[in-house]
Design a protein around this ligand. Structure first.
Ligand code: NI
Length: 164
């Protein structure tokens, strides 16, 4: 495994739509392993492949750092939201936009479908942090950042919010 460099806001790659993974080969498995390591190192909740410079529809999520959420660790290949309902506004942050936070309105509950690393389709349903993370990471795969959706964005120095 290896740490990958996180691409920061301003880099055009973050605005591009990522391509579906056609074949889960060694490169994709290494990418997933590296993304886990990079997520851990940066103490994040989620990471999408474009954030490490790879335009593929791959993301990882780990909600375990939030004490109020269930500990869910998932790898998502070619994920898509298949159901959503409700509305919830919550603060978001992003490893590609260090130090910034902003309130974003997302569905309160979402159901996503994706492939795991064995190429099997699975569904995952989440509320709260997990719903937010699923939407945030899938947005990354479509070239959308939370600041594109936030009603306002502020510096983390201005409050006690923790980085996600
Ligand atoms: Ni992000």
């Amino acid at each position: 495994m290896a740490l990958r460099k996180i691409v920061l806001e301003g880099d055009e790659i973050l605005k591009k739509k990522a391509r579906d993974v056609a074949e889960i080969n060694e490169r994709i498995l290494t990418l997933l392993d590296d993304m886990w390591e990079t997520l851990e190192e940066n103490n994040g909740v989620g990471l999408a492949a474009p954030q490490v410079g790879v335009l593929r529809r791959v993301a990882v999520i780990d909600t375990g750092k939030d004490e109020e959420s269930d500990d869910v660790r998932i790898e998502l290949i070619n994920p898509r939201i298949v159901e959503s309902d409700g509305e919830a506004e919550a603060d978001e942050a992003c490893l590609s936009i260090p130090g910034m936070v902003g309130a974003v309105t997302r569905p309160a509950r979402v159901k996503a479908e994706a492939l795991n690393r064995n190429g099997e389709t699975f569904t995952i349903e989440g509320e709260g942090l997990l719903a937010k993370a699923l939407c945030h990471e899938i947005d990354h795969l479509d070239g959308i950042l939370f600041v594109d959706r936030a009603s306002s964005v502020r510096s983390m120095d201005d409050d006690d919010e923790e980085e996600e």
